[in-house]
Design a protein around this ligand. Structure first.
Ligand code: ADP
Ligand code: MG
Length: 162
């Protein structure tokens, strides 16, 4: 069991049929929606979130697009969630997703390299960092422990478990 951060980008949130289609894909693929919020990102949140892309030619348009309206931000849980969600998303760039991966979310609903429908964390470290930006009180460790999905910390929980 693993957690990932899924962001349904603003251009999809304003298109109810597309939003529903993506939510259906999430459910059909056995993801559990652990937490969800619909929010217009602040400038600070976008800049921290996309820090790795600062200075790239598409950065300003990325920030503008992500701030163009509310996004739907979901913490998703599933076995192998990070890899599986990115597989369902498809390639970043719309030309590649449309032509080589037409059945993916970005292949079906991406409308440009920037407005490519949705986001998925690319590693457990990214998932933890990204979740903390939008759900600052959410503890991944606690969630996994409460759901009995990780072994207890040796020594510490051993006593509690007796
Ligand atoms: P991914 O979202 O697949 O992890 P990246 O982390 O490389 O992709 O990029 C973050 C986001 O920046 C992309 O989802 C897309 O919205 C935007 N982006 C990436 N590359 C480009 C590009 N060449 N032109 C325009 N926008 C881009
Ligand atoms: Mg990325």
């Amino acid at each position: 069991m693993e957690l990932t951060l899924c962001i349904i980008k603003p251009h999809v949130v304003t298109a109810p049929h597309t939003l529903k289609a993506i939510k259906d894909i999430i459910i059909l693929n056995n993801f559990h929606i652990v937490d969800s919020l619909i929010t217009a990102m602040t400038k600070d949140q976008v800049e921290v979130f996309y820090n790795e892309h600062k200075g790239k030619f598409f950065y300003n348009r990325l920030v503008t697009q992500m701030r163009s309206g509310p996004s739907e931000i979901n913490i998703l849980a599933r076995e192998d969630a990070i890899r599986k969600w990115r597989e369902l998303l498809g390639p970043t760039k719309v030309y590649t997703s449309r032509f080589s991966h037409p059945d993916t979310i970005r292949g079906m609903y991406g409308i440009s390299d920037t407005r490519n429908a949705a986001h998925g964390s690319d590693s457990p470290e990214s998932a933890a960092r990204e979740i903390s930006i939008f759900f600052p009180h959410f503890s991944i460790t606690k969630w996994l422990r409460d759901n009995e999905l990780i072994s207890p910390v040796p020594g510490r929980n051993a006593r509690a478990n007796r």
